[in-house]
Design a protein around this ligand. Structure first.
Ligand code: 2U9
Length: 366
């Protein structure tokens, strides 16, 4: 009668010593696999006499059962220990500070656009918008800029390739003035609107970008004059720069869409080498800075826009929004506005909770 107890106790010892699931699998193959030692014993049963088989069979089967359940028990133990270790190592430390949620901020150009809309809304102006892809007629002809006008040249304006069978060239608008033409044609007079938006010119250096932002204003009524223009600009600039001592100087100029035309300068003082708006530019240590263009709407532009110039007249002005932002918030490089560098935006950007108010400007914090 064979004694299987040595193989049994050796297997129990090896299984108890197995340190991981791979070792358990190796032992299963060693004992119970096709070539395994317990499997080999089972195979010997076939060659035994019935008597021998009767006495050896139960012992060999008991050995196989014992090895099988020892392997299963050790595997369970190892799996539970692994789970416990994983739970211990992955415990959440609720005392750690929560990760910061990235928050966007308002771009200075959007901020200034909002401020402008707010200031002009208080003066009774509505915001008008229109297409950025314009045609030649709305962008130039209706604004009294004839075929020979230099702004119509290819090197100043971005034209689209002409499509055969279409009427006139399409282009990226070079100013927001076509919006006012469209609004006069659609709504007639009287009218008080601002037209803020993106405009495009083929120009690129430290003070010019191929795309920039403008706001233009237009007031049409029966007896509007230059006095209304000056008061409106003064009121707007005082509210925008949050200073009561803004002084304007109007100089004669020329624009095809206005007649007469005036260039508007603002007085500034030099403080620590920086220009700070306020006071007369003629005072000692002060100067004048050109800020915007304006004038009385040219009769021909009114006619092109479907209004009778003997009944209606008005003023218009135009100013660069990016330039207004640079002046108000002390930024010195226009190109940085459109680089998309989040460090710059973080430095100059405004909280998305900021609400511009006419009385306190954007400086107001809740
Ligand atoms: C209509 C009639 C007249 C808008 C005007 C200016 C003068 C002007 C410049 C300022 C800086 C453009 O952004 S800028 O380069 N604009 O000097 N704009 S008058 O006149 C209009 C507009 C629309 C129907």
């Amino acid at each position: 009668m064979a004694d299987y107890s040595q193989l049994g106790s050796e297997a129990q010892a090896c299984i108890a010593a197995a340190g991981d699931l791979a070792a358990i699998e190796a032992l299963r193959v060693e004992y119970l696999g096709k070539q395994g030692s317990v499997s080999a014993l089972l195979k010997t049963l076939g060659a035994m006499s019935p008597e021998e088989r009767q006495s050896e069979g139960p012992k060999i089967h008991a050995l196989r059962e014992a090895v099988t359940s020892a392997l299963a028990a050790r595997k369970d133990e190892l799996e539970s220990a692994g789970l416990a270790a994983q739970l211990a190592s992955e415990t959440l430390d609720l005392t750690l500070p929560a990760p910061e949620t990235p928050r966007g901020s308002v771009h200075p150009v959007s901020q200034v656009m909002d401020e402008l809309a707010e200031i002009f809304a208080d003066l009774g102006f509505a915001v008008a918008t229109g297409p950025e892809i314009e045609d030649d007629w709305y962008n130039f002809t209706a604004l009294n800029m004839p075929e020979s006008h230099p702004a119509r040249a290819m090197h100043d304006t971005f034209y689209f390739p002409t499509e055969p069978g279409t009427n006139g060239r399409t282009l990226l608008r070079t100013h927001t003035s076509p919006v006012q033409v469209r609004t006069m044609m659609a709504e007639g007079a009287p009218l008080r609107i601002i037209a803020p938006g993106r405009v495009y010119r083929s120009d690129s250096d430290a003070t010019h970008t191929p795309m920039f932002h403008q706001v233009e204003g237009l007031v049409i009524d029966r007896d509007i004059h230059l006095g209304h223009l000056k008061w409106t600009l003064e009121t707007f600039l005082k509210a925008f720069f949050e200073r009561d001592d803004i002084v304007l100087r109007l100089r004669p100029s020329y624009f095809p869409f206005t007649e007469p035309s005036v260039e508007v300068d603002v007085g500034f003082a030099l403080e620590n080498g920086r220009r700070v708006l306020g006071g007369s530019g003629d005072a000692p240590g002060h100067g004048w800075m050109e800020l915007l263009g304006s004038g009385m709407v040219n009769r021909r532009v009114l006619e092109f826009s479907g209004l009778d110039p003997d009944q209606w007249q008005g003023f218009a002005f135009g100013v660069g929004v990016d330039r207004l932002a640079m002046l108000k918030y002390g930024m010195d490089d226009l190109r940085a506005f459109f680089d998309g560098d989040v460090r710059w935006l973080k430095h100059y950007g405004f909280s998305f909770l900021d609400q511009p108010t006419l009385s306190a400007g954007v400086g107001a914090r809740p």
